[in-house]
Design a protein around this ligand. Structure first.
Ligand code: DON
Length: 314
């Protein structure tokens, strides 16, 4: 199918497919272990698909704000790579999927040398936070926010302070994980400082259009097709996209690779960032999660789109 007719079909069909997928939301559960997230609407579902000419196909509740949560981990990894290079980053974090839950600390004790298996699980992202350049947590956090604003083409991205405070007040598991990482020699700097950087980047507030724009930069190997500006070295985009395929949807990454076949990263607020290489950046939000912690309606919608347009990379 030519790109124009595909996009036209997307424009007309997307609202219908979205309403079919929305029904799945009733079977899911909105995250509540970060208390503030439980306020997200159970039945919401939105999507924005952005192409290299700046055209957007969107449907449903694409305007509702949500926090990036684990989607942010893709971009803090990229920033850490840009700040430190590959060797220094992979000295502190591995390259392999775990098959465990995203917040598991099991392997940190079981498998020597006790570094996190990959940068997209909580332990790995906490380690990555400590590698962001900056004199203190404030400077690190503000460098992350500036980088995300640039990638999203949105200078007004801000933190959701309520979600940030809610997570910081309840993150007993992440806190214990960070202390274990510190003891294993993985973390640079103080545990509280590193965690603060991590909680802050998880709490950056976006809408589907922001995620679609960030994804579009990855779809075009680090060069923003809308401005022509090179924002990320191609090699680091390659690393990030590979992690998205192998670990981006937690321990459902294999299933997503088979059913959808695109690099993706989800977050517990119900966001999904995904992309069609060389073509589209896609942002999805659907707060009701399946048992693996991914947006139940969002995954269903992506399965539909991939099948209808034969988007799988494999
Ligand atoms: O640390 C947490 O639990 C959340 N801030 C992010 C978790 C999430 O989105 C799932 N992660 N892979």
């Amino acid at each position: 199918m030519s790109e124009t007719s595909e996009f036209d079909r997307l424009l007309t069909q997307l609202p219908l497919w979205l309403e079919t997928s929305r029904k799945r939301a009733a079977e899911g559960k909105v995250a509540s272990y970060i208390p503030e997230l439980s306020k997200m609407p159970q039945s919401a579902l939105g999507i924005a698909v952005l192409d290299a000419n700046g055209r957007t196909a969107s449907a449903g509740d694409c305007g509702i704000p949500f926090t990036m949560q684990s989607i942010s981990k893709v971009f803090t990894l990229i920033l850490a790579l840009m700040d430190n290079g590959e060797a220094a980053v992979f000295d502190k974090v591995g390259m392999e999927p775990t098959g465990d839950n995203f917040n598991s600390m099991l392997k940190l004790e079981l498998v020597r040398p006790g570094i996190p298996f990959n940068p997209l699980i909580n332990a790995g992202a906490i380690a990555v936070s400590s590698l962001i350049a900056g004199a203190d947590s404030e400077e690190k956090s503000s460098r992350i926010l500036s980088f995300f604003r640039k990638l999203a083409g949105n200078p007004s991205l801000e933190l959701d302070e309520d979600v940030y405070r809610s997570e910081a007040a309840t993150a007993n598991l992440n806190r214990s994980m960070a202390y274990l990482l510190k003891d294993n020699g993985v973390l640079e700097g103080g545990v509280d400082e590193v965690l603060d950087v991590y909680f802050r980047h998880c709490s950056i507030k976006v809408a589907c259009a922001d995620i679609a724009r960030m994804a579009l930069v990855l779809a075009f190997d680090g060069a923003d097709p809308l401005t022509g500006e090179s924002l990320i070295p191609r090699r680091y985009v390659q690393i990030a996209k590979t992690f998205m395929i192998t670990c981006g949807m937690y321990n459902a990454s294999g299933e997503f690779a088979i059913q959808v076949g695109l690099p993706a990263k989800s977050g517990v607020s119900g966001g999904i960032l995904t992309l069609v290489p060389g073509r589209y950046g896609i942002g999805v939000v659907g707060p009701a999660l399946n048992r693996k912690g991914n947006s139940i309606a969002g995954v269903h919608l992506m399965e539909t789109l991939s099948r209808e347009f034969d988007w799988s990379m494999f």
